[in-house]
Design a protein around this ligand. Structure first.
Ligand code: SAM
Length: 206
C-alpha cells in the first residue's frame, strides 16, 4: 500500500514536506482538511489532525492499511497522537464535521476544492492551493478569499513563502475578465504574468 505514496510522491520528489513544514512554522494550524488527496499523506507527517477526502474507488483501503499507519508513526515530526480521518466520497457532499472547524484547507490538483469545502474553513483560516485546475483563479475572484501569500519550491524539503508585492500576482497575461463560469468550464487556471508554485488565500471573516 505505502508503495503508492512512494510511487506518486517520494520517487517523484514531490511530497511537499517543505511546504507543510513552512505552513506549520508560520501559522501553527491545528486541524487540516485535504479534499482530493488521493494517497498524498505527507500532511500527516507534519500535522497531527488531518481529514482527507477522495472519491477514487478503494482509496479508503490505503488509509486503513496498517503499513500506511506504521509509515506515519515512524516518520511523523510531532510527539502527539495522530488523528487521521478519511472520507471516501465526493468532496462536494457534506462531511460529518463542524462548520468552520478547520484552520487550513489543502487543494492540490484536485479541482475546485476551495469552493466546495469553504464552509468548513474557519474565518481567517487559509486555503493552500496551486492553480493547475484553476482553484487559485477561482479563489482570486471570490470575495470570501483574499491573497495572503505566495509559495515557491526551492526543493521538496525547502519552500519559501512571501507576502511581498502581492499586487504583482494574479494579473492575467491576456486582457480578459475571468468569471466563475469561464474558469469552471475550462477547469484550468488563468495564465498570469507571474507564476509562483502556489498561493495562500485567507478566508475573510463573515
Ligand atoms: C490528480 S489527483 C491529485 C492527488 C493529490 N492531491 C496530489 O497532489 O497528488 C486528484 C484527486 O482528486 C480526486 N477528486 C477529484 N474530484 C473529486 C471530488 N469531487 N470528490 C472527491 N475527490 C475528488 C480524484 O479522485 C483524485 O484522486
Amino acid at each position: 500500500m505505502i508503495k503508492l505514496y512512494r510511487k506518486y510522491h517520494t520517487d517523484k520528489d514531490r511530497t511537499l514536506i517543505g511546504l507543510f513544514k513552512k505552513v506549520n512554522e508560520l501559522y501553527s494550524p491545528k486541524r487540516i482538511l485535504y479534499p482530493g488527496c488521493y494517497v498524498h499523506i505527507t500532511p500527516s507527517l507534519v500535522f497531527s489532525d488531518v481529514t482527507y477526502i477522495d472519491s477514487f474507488r478503494n482509496t479508503y483501503k490505503f488509509y486503513e492499511s496498517l503499513e500506511v499507519k506504521d509509515f506515519i508513526e515512524k516518520n511523523k515530526g510531532y510527539q502527539s497522537e495522530t488523528n487521521l480521518k478519511f472520507y471516501q466520497q465526493d468532496y462536494n457532499e457534506d462531511i460529518p464535521e463542524d462548520i468552520e472547524s478547520y484552520d487550513i484547507v489543502i487543494s492540490q490538483y484536485g479541482g475546485f476544492v476551495g469552493q466546495a469545502v469553504k464552509k468548513y474553513l474557519k474565518s481567517n483560516g487559509f486555503l493552500i492551493c496551486n492553480n493547475s485546475h484553476g482553484d487559485a483563479s477561482m479563489a482570486s475572484i471570490d470575495p470570501d478569499y483574499k491573497l495572503e501569500a505566495v509559495y515557491n519550491r526551492v526543493s521538496d524539503d525547502n519552500y519559501s513563502v512571501s507576502t511581498k508585492n502581492l499586487d504583482e500576482y494574479l494579473v492575467p497575461k491576456k486582457n480578459i475578465k475571468p468569471s466563475k463560469d469561464s474558469i469552471s468550464k475550462s477547469m484550468r487556471g488563468i495564465t498570469y504574468t507571474k507564476s509562483p508554485s502556489g498561493y495562500i488565500f485567507k478566508k475573510n471573516s463573515s
